[in-house]
Design a protein around this ligand. Structure first.
Ligand SMILES: [Zn+2]
Length: 288
């Protein structure tokens, strides 16, 4: 009987790959075989989301002597050069080096590859000047329960044209600058959103929401090194489909190891279920 139970559990594990984790005294379960990819892929041509007047992503085949880096053209393998602009093409993650002068890089700053993330959905408010913003009030309405490290903002409307939009010169929606301060005060280390930037497209270089989030003063004012939140990141141009419910997730936020302020990134969500410690002990007790 015990052997049968063990066999069933192992088969179950082979398909589920379940993990248990603890954060701030609470216990969760996640299934690593059910990833929810909220990144936007980098395709050549017009179908890749684009902003800040970035050139399109390009892939070019490398040829050296008799070798051509294309299997379609008779080469032994594919070998391509890729040209991209992290801040302007697709999902990307940036560190405070985006607005500092010390050369901070995303490779050195980003170490929280896994974090507890809260996904919220918020409407946009249209201001008298036509700007569309996410308000601090709409963020505050969402109780940041279970002390997440990460906040993921899905804005409404959420149609899938967001996946391929060309935002340059359109004055896209942005965050009220006080949201940066609010999230820093709440200990949110990583912010992800489905907009090109947390700040207005052209704001005379103020980048106030960026600065508030990372603990940097307004431009050209003296910087207090201790105030800078060096291990915090902002990820822009994600897309969260409607069928992904608001709530808590395990986030795996991967980047390429660029020694630059930003990198293309791949945020992956895993649904979390809160567990009683007893259930976890029972579970392991049953399979051991
Ligand atoms: Zn950016």
């Amino acid at each position: 009987m015990q052997l049968t139970l063990l066999t069933i559990k192992l088969l179950h594990l082979q398909t589920l790959m379940r993990i248990y984790l603890e954060k701030s005294g609470r216990h969760y379960r996640a299934d690593l075989t059910a990833p929810i990819d909220i990144s936007l892929p980098l395709k050549t041509g017009q179908d890749t989301v684009n902003c800040y007047y970035a050139d399109e992503v390009t892939y070019s085949t490398i040829a050296v002597g008799d070798f051509v880096g294309s299997t379609l053209q008779g080469g032994s393998c594919n070998y391509q050069r890729i040209s991209l602009t992290p801040h302007g093409n697709g999902t990307h993650t940036e560190c405070y080096g985006h607005i500092s002068t010390d050369g901070a890089t995303i490779h050195e700053c980003h170490k929280d590859f896994f974090s507890l993330a809260l996904l919220i959905t918020v409407p946009l408010l249209t201001l008298p000047n036509g700007d569309q913003i996410v308000t601090l009030e709409s963020i505050e309405k969402n109780v940041l329960y279970n002390r997440p490290d990460t906040l993921i903002i899905r804005t409404l409307p959420n149609d899938d044209t967001k996946k391929t939009r060309h935002y340059s010169g359109t004055n896209p929606p942005y965050l009220e600058a006080s949201i940066g301060t609010y999230l820093a005060d709440k200990g949110i280390k990583h912010l992800l959103l489905d907009l090109p930037s947390v700040d207005k497209e052209w704001d005379e270089g103020a980048l106030s929401a960026h600065r508030n989030f990372w603990g940097l003063p307004p431009c050209h004012q003296p910087i207090d090194e201790k105030e800078i939140r060096k291990d915090c990141t902002i990820t822009e141009l994600i897309y969260v489909p409607d069928n992904v419910a608001d709530g808590l997730y395990l986030l795996n936020l991967q980047i390429a190891s660029f020694l630059s302020d930003a990198s293309p990134s791949k945020p992956i969500l895993y649904q979390l279920w809160e567990e009683e410690v007893k259930e976890i002990i029972d579970y392991f007790g049953a399979i051991l």
